[in-house]
Design a protein around this ligand. Structure first.
Ligand SMILES: [Zn+2]
Length: 403
C-alpha cells in the first residue's frame, strides 16, 4: 500500500478536542442548557467580543448556552461554535429575527475569503452539492469528486441508521469542506485555522468550526494532475488508506451534524472514533449504493491483532471506556484507535439493539458537561452488561473475524 504518511500519523485522527476538554472545566458555571425547542435558541443575536487571538469580532449567532457568570456558547450562521467568556464579551444585541444558517453560496464565499486571508495564493473553486460546500484549491474536477463521494457517504450513513432504528436528522447547516491542493498548502491552512500540530494530520474534522480540512491525495510531485474523475479514481484505488482518511473525517462531520453526536458534549472518544472507523471502508463504485458499510476494516483489524500480541500494549477495556487519555498519549494512541474500532465493530454487529439504546443515551448528552470516569463506565455497563463477560465475548468474536 503506497503511503506518504508515517505509520503513526495514519492511525490518528485529530479532532481538536483539547480545547473542549478545557472548556468543560467551566461546566459548573453553566446555568442554562438551552433546549432544542426553546425559542431563544432560534433568535438571531449580534455578539461583539474579543477572540482568543485578541481580534474583535461581531458574530451573527444564536446562543446555545448561557453561564451564570455571563459567559456564552454561540453558534454562528456558518455553524462555527464560539465560547465567549465574560471578559471577552463587549456587546450582545438580541434581535427578534429568526436565526438562519448561511446559504451554501454564502458559506462558499466565506470559505474562499478565509483561504485567501490565510495567504494561500492558489485560486479557489467552490462546488456546492445537496448537503456539502467544497471550497478547493485542487481544481474543479477533484472538488466535484469529493462532493460526490461525501454525498454518497451521507446517503449510506443515513440509510444505515434508519435500518438500525436510530432516528437522525438532515444537517441543519450546509457542511463545509476545505480541500487544499497539496500537503504544503494544507499545512499552512491548518496551522492558521487551528494550530501547528493540525498540520501533521492527513486531514481532520474541526469540532469548533464544523469543517473538514483535507488535501488532494492524488497530488504527488512526480505525477501529472488528475484531469478526469476516472484519473482520480485510478490514483486513489492504488491507495485505499487515503480515501479512508477522507471518509473518516466526513463521517465525523456527518455524525456531529445529524444528531448522532452533539458538538461540545462529552462524547466518549472510543465511540466517536470507533464510529468513524466503522464507516471508513471505501466503496468507490459510483453507480450503486455504498456496499462496504459494516464490513471488516482490514487495516484496523491487522493493527488490533498486532497490538494484542505485544506485551503491555493493550489497553484494558475498562480504561478505554472510562477515559479518553489513551488517545492523547503517543505510546497508547495506536492501541486506543484499534481497540475502539474493534469494540464499535463488535457492538454494532453483535449487540446492535443495545448499541442503539446506548447511542440514544449519548445523543442526549448536554454540551459542556463532563461525565466522571465512573459515570461513563456505569452507563456502558448498564447498556451492555457486566464488563468481564463482555470483554471475553469481544475478544473471542474479534478473533474469528477476517478469516
Ligand atoms: Zn477521527
Amino acid at each position: 500500500m503506497s503511503q506518504h504518511n508515517s505509520g503513526d500519523i495514519r492511525r490518528r485522527c485529530l479532532c481538536l478536542r483539547t480545547l473542549i476538554v478545557g472548556m468543560m472545566a467551566t461546566a459548573a458555571l453553566i446555568a442554562n442548557n438551552v433546549d432544542a425547542d426553546d425559542p431563544p435558541k432560534s433568535r438571531l443575536n449580534r455578539v461583539t467580543f474579543t477572540d482568543a487571538k485578541s481580534v474583535t469580532r461581531m458574530i451573527e449567532s444564536r446562543v446555545l448556552l448561557e453561564a451564570q457568570d455571563g459567559g456564552l456558547l454561540l453558534e454562528g450562521r456558518d455553524g462555527r461554535l464560539w465560547n465567549v467568556t465574560p471578559k471577552q464579551l463587549q456587546k450582545r444585541e438580541a434581535t427578534e429575527d429568526p436565526f438562519q444558517p448561511l446559504s451554501a453560496e454564502q458559506l462558499g464565499e466565506q470559505l474562499a475569503r478565509e483561504v485567501a486571508e490565510f495567504g494561500i495564493k492558489t485560486p479557489t473553486q467552490v462546488v456546492v452539492t445537496k448537503h456539502f460546500v467544497v471550497c478547493s484549491t485542487a481544481g474543479r474536477v477533484y472538488a466535484e469528486w469529493c462532493g460526490s463521494l461525501f454525498e454518497r457517504l451521507h446517503d449510506a450513513f443515513h440509510a444505515y441508521w434508519k435500518e438500525a432504528g436510530l432516528e437522525l436528522h438532515e444537517p441543519e447547516f450546509p457542511l463545509p469542506a476545505v480541500v487544499l491542493k497539496d500537503r504544503a498548502e494544507f499545512a499552512e491552512f491548518a496551522t492558521k485555522h487551528d494550530r501547528p500540530d493540525a498540520a501533521q494530520a492527513p486531514g481532520y474534522f474541526s469540532e469548533p468550526t464544523n469543517r473538514i480540512i483535507l488535501f488532494d491525495l492524488t497530488a504527488s510531485p512526480n505525477s501529472t494532475p488528475a484531469k478526469t474523475a476516472g484519473d482520480i479514481r485510478r490514483k486513489l484505488e492504488a491507495s485505499s488508506f487515503n480515501v479512508a482518511t477522507m471518509i473518516h473525517e466526513a463521517t465525523h462531520q456527518l455524525a456531529f451534524n445529524s444528531g448522532l453526536h452533539t458538538r461540545y458534549a462529552d462524547n466518549p472518544l472510543w465511540l466517536t472514533e470507533g464510529m468513524a472507523m466503522f464507516f471508513e471502508v471505501p466503496d468507490l463504485d459510483s453507480r450503486s449504493g455504498w456496499k462496504t458499510i459494516g464490513r471488516v476494516n482490514a487495516p484496523r483489524l491487522k493493527d488490533f491483532r498486532e497490538i494484542s500480541r505485544m506485551p503491555r500494549a493493550f489497553l484494558p477495556l475498562a480504561e478505554l471506556i472510562r477515559s479518553d487519555a489513551g488517545f492523547q498519549k503517543a505510546e497508547q494512541s495506536r492501541a486506543a484507535y484499534s481497540e475502539s474500532w474493534a469494540l464499535t465493530f463488535f457492538l454494532l454487529k453483535s449487540h446492535r439493539e443495545q448499541a442503539v439504546a446506548y447511542l440514544k443515551l449519548i445523543q442526549r448528552k448536554p454540551r459542556l458537561i463532563a461525565d466522571s470516569p465512573d459515570d461513563r463506565l456505569g452507563e456502558f455497563q448498564k447498556a451492555f452488561g457486566e464488563l468481564e463477560t463482555l470483554d471475553g465475548d469481544w475478544k473471542k468474536w474479534i478473533s474469528r473475524q477476517g478469516k
